[in-house]
Design a protein around this ligand. Sequence first.
Ligand code: AMP
Length: 399
Amino acid sequence: MNYHKKSIRDVDVSNKKVLLRCDFNVPHDKKTGIIQDVTRIAESVPTIQYLLEQGAAVIICSHLGRPHGIWNPALSLASVAGCLQSILNKPVPITRDVLGSDTKALAGNLHAGQVMLIENLRFRIEEERNDPLFSKELASLAHLFVFDAFGASHRAHSSTEGVTEYLPAVAGFLIEKELAVMGAALESPRRPFVSIMGGSKVSDKIGVIRKMLDTADTIIIGGGMAYTFLAAQGHSIGTSLVETEQLDFAREMLQLAQEKGVTLLLPTDHMAASHFSKDAEPHPVDNCNIPDGYMGLDIGPCTINLYKNALKDAGTVFWNGPMGVFEFPAFANGTFAIAKAMAEMPQAITIIGGGDSAFAVEQMGFSNKMTHISTGGGAALEFMEGLSLPGIACLEDAE
Ligand code: AMP
């Protein structure tokens, strides 16, 4: 996939109607619809504000949750409209239908400097089906399409890909940054390139682990997935998380790392527990092997030092997945240590690949110390896997 795409800086938007696809799939209370975290909305504001300042009329669209084509008031974007309204300090009307007469009337009467929001696109089943008629109708509202929903870019839906069949399409500021930082990490990373992989399952990250064996100089493995690798090496892992069907894959990766000269680091000590609970007593294990009846829930202090050392001179660091069960305070040390080490590397390009690692970094107060926190979890993984993301591949290439 070409990572060099046209952005809103490269086109004239004045007096144009712009259809802007945002990612307003915000965490919300399933019953009341109340938004629990406005970060995604706030992050979209620079693109919206720029378009308005340049004299565009901005028609925003997004999905929220999984209504599967059924109108569901709990998944309405109404509270997002309210939130945007207070940030932008101007009215943000929301449509009473999705591409019905109300949407068409509101969009038709929208003037330069004004903004509106289309109700949750997934209230129409055609959105996820990437229905050509639906895409065409969506496109007919505007002169230009701007894509800024990285979290939805790995899906070929009407509002991510289909609409670009009918409108010129460019990137917003969020996509521009994702491409600039993560694209560079894949194309020409500042070396050494260290990739940190954690989280629960190997099976979720097979593609990205393979890709990193071709791209990174060092791969650090932690979290639940480390135990499948340790088991593959013949270590005892007690009752730790393991994917027996991935043992061959883990062996293959260990072998490949050796052949390619990539350093692959695994935990050498652990914080274990007798059971999976917030209140479980942390039981230090000072070697690779977890005793019977115990499960590894975090990396141990020697591993933390080993990993910090591997990061010391890195030029680029990409991190996806916690080093342990960071939701339990007694088992959050490994994840915290990695976040802190990355926050203290001003010389390096530090990239957080969305999802739980982004949440951990935010929770620990290190967000503003990272070069880039990706706005998409699944999409960031697919991007770093080197896959072509439908929502990005279809944007116009930069000249
Ligand atoms: P993922 O969504 O695959 O990135 O996994 C994130 C989840 O992995 C978090 O909820 C962690 O609690 C969990 N996790 C990390 N380390 C472990 C571990 N050693 N055992 C069980 N779960 C873990």
